[in-house]
Ligand binder design. Sequence first.
Ligand code: TMP
Length: 196
Amino acid sequence: MIISFEGGEGVGKSTHVKILCAHLEQHGLPWLSFREPGGSPFCEGIRGLFFHKGLDTITELLLILASRRENIVKLVLPALEQGKIVIIDRFIDSTLVYQGVLGGLGIGRVRELMEKTETWIEPDLTFVLDVDPGHALKRIVPGDKFEEREPAFHQRLRQAFLDLATEARHCIIDADRPRDQVSNDILATVDRVLKL
Ligand code: TMP
């Protein structure tokens, strides 16, 4: 099973990924978790390249897909084979939203490229953490290239994730609440899906 966490900047994904991993651990369930872009040392190297400012959007997309392809082949498929639950901090939906919608490449074109490069795998469950960007941006450490963009960019980002979250796998979580309430909702959903 693959579970992804998605959303705009500073919505608390990495915190909730950690809470979920600890929860699975308590239940004795094997898991693997990583972030994108990034993961293995090689893909963390790609992450460094991705964060260069002023990159062309297709170059950005190719870096993301290079990281994803390595992760799918070296991490995801072997972990699934071993019966592990794979938890990913940003995955295909971020690519559709950041490069497809905000970057202007188009969702259809980005998805087609992912399918052609065998980097398109739909997770079983996707949490879309939704937070008013005005609140979310107070939580982040400045430095990432998208985090420094103007408020309108973050509003569009939020809307693009909400517009995209229409598949049965998507679960929109109001993350503008105390952390425990948010994690209770996430863990209850996972327990239901895993029949815990
Ligand atoms: P984060 O891990 O701190 O959320 O930062 C990752 C950044 O990478 C974030 O600004 C979103 C961006 N990103 C894309 O633009 N496209 C993608 O496909 C992914 C996975 C991330």
